[in-house]
Unconditional design. Structure first.
Length: 482
């Protein structure tokens, strides 16, 4: 029995369509055909989107938020005036905050520093306390957002819904989202595509649909780098999907295919859908649609492919929909004369030369000498790197000074002598921007697809201008003769 009694019916609402509270608006979201996207990509089948943005919190996470809180009330894990603590990328937090406001609870949400700032502000607007943790740490690190959430739960005697382990997460979608899709397609749905994160949506919907028709194909969309599609759990920038561990709702026996989508394709697809269909979606929605487009192009004209859009692009205006952010991370090309042109002349950019924090200064010097470079980024882990995994940089002048003062510095760890991170520039950003940045920094760290790929120096720029000057001096109509 719930420890918080439901409000008695108000007879004044009889015969009206006035809902008793915002909680009663959760679910029953519409399904809409992506007609223009279908035409652009020459898709033979019907491609439709489940619009979870129509939930009061703007995402699919409202459903499990309600189910988890009601279940906790029934079994006494959550009592009147209690506190809810949960690690979240934003959407689950909003859903929990909405239900908590109606039920009289306090909320504390733990987030990583890769989350867009507007998501943090949104949770604070609901009256929640937000604790931000570094993303570039292992799950067992005391600073990871999982461990911080565990500590806060214990310290405050709070209830932690734990969406990654809570069976009420997939149950909410088995009870609501699955039946809605079956009814909205008149039982004709042939494919269901959704992002894999906690796997609550994917597994819950799959379990319902497979009970109705075992031939329905279930497809998980996953960020490149996530463990679901065979990665290590790093690095990727798309938020709210993918993982570095397998949550309780993960059920690969239910999934017919797992499609890995890059950050770049996810973000560019989100922008395409928003501008083509007039539906503002986020990076995880872009990832799901990118996977669904592949599925729908291979389907038949009689098939109905449904993709679930988890949330709105309004939570990503400073990231996915900001041209400056996209260019700086190497997702957009700003003009013809860009940083990538310089690197194509200066050196092979396929492999970044770097040192780990625990490498010795002697090793760093050897790398510099072997590769004829003067700066090295200091990166945690092994390639491929996320920009957040770059912890600093070493410069030959600074190393020379450290060794001159103390010769034993040769065998000390790099992290003891490293300087701050190099400024970053996108591979598609304007060259004149890079030149301006090089006035105050000897080198720049170049990002492509959100990942560091090379170092850009003043010498590289000079070599580039020298090369194009040589080309301009060639006789018209031909190259240099042998």
């Amino acid at each position: 029995m719930s420890t918080i009694p439901a409000a008695p019916p108000d007879p004044r609402l009889d015969g009206t369509d006035i809902r008793a509270s915002v909680i009663d608006l959760i679910g029953a979201t519409p399904l809409v055909r992506l007609k223009r996207l279908t035409e652009v990509h020459e898709i033979p089948s019907v491609l439709a989107m489940k619009m979870e943005t129509n939930n009061p919190g703007g995402s699919s996470k409202d459903r499990p938020a309600l189910e988890m809180i009601l279940a906790a009330e029934r079994d006494g894990r959550l009592r009147p005036g209690g506190t809810i603590v949960e690690p979240t990328s934003g959407n689950t937090g909003v859903g929990l905050a909405i239900v908590a406001a109606q039920r009289g609870y306090q909320c504390v949400f733990v987030m990583t520093d890769k989350v867009a700032p507007e998501k943090i502000a949104l949770l604070q607007a609901y009256g929640a306390e937000v604790v931000v943790c570094p993303v570039a740490v292992e799950p067992d690190d005391p600073q990871s957002y999982y461990k911080v959430a565990e500590r806060l739960t214990a310290e405050r005697g709070a209830f932690r819904p734990n969406q990654y382990e809570n069976p009420d997460n997939p149950l909410s979608h088995l009870k609501t989202t699955g039946p809605e899709l079956w009814a909205q397609t008149a039982g004709r749905i042939t494919h269901f595509v959704a992002g894999a994160g906690t796997c609550g949506t994917l597994t819950g919907v799959a379990r319902f649909l497979r009970e109705r028709n075992p031939n329905i194909r279930i497809v998980a969309a996953d960020p490149e780098g996530s463990v679901f599609s065979g990665g290590s759990g790093r690095p990727y920038l798309v938020e709210g999907v993918g993982e570095d561990f397998f949550p309780a709702a993960w059920d690969p026996d239910l999934y017919d295919d797992i499609i890995a989508i890059s950050d770049k394709e996810s973000f560019l697809t989100a922008r395409e859908v928003s501008r083509t269909e007039g539906i503002l979606i986020g990076g995880s929605g872009g990832m799901a649609v990118a996977a669904a487009v592949r599925v729908a192009k291979a389907a038949t004209p009689d098939d109905i492919v449904v993709v679930l859009n988890p949330d709105s692009g309004r939570g990503y205006l400073s990231r996915v929909f900001d041209d400056g952010w996209m260019a700086n991370f190497g997702f957009l090309t700003e003009c013809d004369e860009c940083v990538g042109n310089v690197l194509s002349v200066a050196r092979d950019i396929q492999e970044l030369v770097y040192v780990n924090p625990d490498h010795t200064v002697r090793h760093a010097i050897e790398l510099m000498r072997t590769n004829a470079i003067s700066q090295l980024p200091v990166c945690k882990n092994t390639p491929p790197f996320a920009a957040a995994e770059v912890s600093g940089a070493v410069d030959e002048l600074e190393l020379m000074d450290a060794i001159a003062r103390d010769s034993s510095a040769m065998d000390t760890r790099v992290e003891t002598v490293m300087g701050p991170k190099l400024p970053t520039v996108g591979i598609g950003q304007r060259l004149d921007r890079a030149i301006s940045m090089l006035e105050t920094s000897p080198a720049l760290l170049v990002l492509s697809g959100g990942r560091p790929v090379s170092i850009l120096t003043r010498t590289d720029v000079l070599s580039y201008y020298e090369s194009i000057a040589d080309v301009d001096d060639l006789p018209a109509g031909g190259g240099a003769s042998g």
